[in-house]
Write a protein that binds this ligand. Structure first.
Ligand code: URA
Length: 419
């Protein structure tokens, strides 16, 4: 095969054969196909789309570029969750220990944030001592002992995706259903989970801004999982406003611990419970009173063991920002919009996220919300508190919040549906 012919075929709207796809992914992983050639191919896919058969072959080829994990020797079934990314989405933190309470193992191989969406590992790293990296053997041991592990995905899983994702990020080819679906599913299938619940976000803070696109992405990923032998389902959930009342690394850990202690904001609790029930259902467990394990401390027990197993101190005080600034309500009335993307970008600019892969993040940076859409507010009342270690960042963060708040308009949110 020749890279130029493969690019030309996709450019001209033809479908690629399985052999062409296997060759191009393998050659790209080995450095035989150059970055500029893969960038051209990604753009041709972005413009001309792929058929379901091509997406399945593309996904399989990315899985074959690296190692596969195998959890079949564990004494309990495995079930995992993947969110397509949002603002304030800390659900993985309470969810993994909660599901483990019911003898289903959760292998959460996670990533870091890029752009305005946060990363699970960045959040957990705000806990003093906590280590993201584990060997494959340590992952298996922890799953057998505790039933839950949240750690960095090793570089061995789908290395073709690692290269391709970085390339897409710099060539404006991220926002493309076949490329997103194959990227996410190649990693999850290679991870070896037996069950997978996808939390596909819809709204301003998500990749998919509208419901039809989110439904198409969900359907594509569910089909890829099912045909690879992974029991897969998807929830479509709202990301027009941040989840919960905190955005930013240590702030989100604090809220997750509140949920594990039986409290926390109701939207975070409800989504955690809905995803836990679905993960348990895929593992064959129905009619389970999931909420009781948050109320009675069983999920908290697993959380503390899980944090200690990775050198973290679950009792240690979380870091707190030295600089804060309060934003107040511009008028009285019902808060009708608090835009997820604007809050995500503001939190990122305060230092919670990174502009380049290698940048550090601030543990303490982020935003605390004091009201959510649907709440009645009075003019001058605090709406949010911005946190940062570097106060020179306030001005740019506040700029990105312009137009983010609306009082007295129509309330709109996506209601949850299942695929
Ligand atoms: N997350 C991924 O892992 N890949 C994508 O392409 C988009 C989101």
């Amino acid at each position: 095969f020749d890279a130029v012919d493969v690019i030309a075929a996709k450019r001209d709207g033809r479908t690629l054969s399985r052999e062409q796809i296997e060759w191009v992914i393998d050659a790209y992983t080995r450095g035989v196909v150059a970055d500029e050639q893969m960038a051209a191919l990604a753009m041709a896919i972005f413009i001309n789309d792929m058929e379901p058969r091509e997406i399945a072959d593309w996904t399989q080829a990315m899985i074959a570029s690296g190692e596969r994990m195998d959890f079949s020797a564990l004494s309990r079934p495995t079930s995992d969750k993947h969110s397509t990314g949002g603002v304030g989405d800390k659900i993985t933190l309470p969810l993994a220990p909660l599901v483990a309470v019911f003898d289903v193992a959760v292998p959460q191989l996670s990533g870091r944030g890029l752009g305005h969406t946060g990363g699970t590992l960045d959040k957990l790293e705000s806990i003093p001592g906590w280590q993201a990296g584990l060997s494959n053997e340590a992952i298996l041991d922890q799953l057998e002992d505790l039933g839950a592990v949240i750690c960095a995905a090793g570089s061995g899983l789908a290395p073709a995706d690692k290269k391709l994702y970085a390339l897409r990020d710099t060539t404006s080819t991220v926002d493309c259903i076949p490329l997103i679906a194959s990227s996410i599913m190649s990693k999850k299938i290679a991870e070896g989970t037996q069950g997978l619940v996808l939390d596909v976000k819809v709204g301003s803070g998500a990749f998919m801004k509208d419901l039809p696109k989110a439904q198409k992405l969900a359907r594509t990923m569910v089909d890829l999982g099912q045909s690879a032998g992974v029991k897969t389902s998807a929830l479509l959930t709202d990301m027009s406003t941040p989840l919960g009342l905190t955005v930013g690394n240590a702030l989100e850990v604090r809220e997750s611990v509140e949920v594990l202690a039986g409290g926390g904001p109701s939207d975070v609790v409800d989504l955690t419970v809905a995803l836990a029930e679905e993960m348990l259902r895929l593992a064959g467990k129905t009619d389970i009173d999931v909420r009781s394990a948050l109320a009675d401390g069983r999920a908290m027990d697993v959380w503390k063991k899980m944090i200690r197993a990775q050198n973290g101190d679950p009792e240690a005080a979380l870091p707190v920002a030295e600089n804060t600034e309060v934003i107040t309500a511009p008028a009285s009335g019902v808060l009708s919009r608090l835009d997820a993307l604007s809050v995500g970008v503001a939190s990122w600019r305060l230092g919670a996220g990174r502009a380049r892969k290698e940048d550090p993040v601030q543990d303490v940076a982020g935003i605390e919300l004091h009201a959510k859409p649907g709440d009645t507010v009075a003019e001058g009342q605090p709406l949010m508190t911005l946190h940062t270690a570097t106060p020179e960042r306030f001005a740019r963060a506040i700029e990105s919040l312009e137009g983010a708040v609306e009082i007295g308009g129509d309330l709109s949110a996506v209601s949850e549906t299942i695929v």
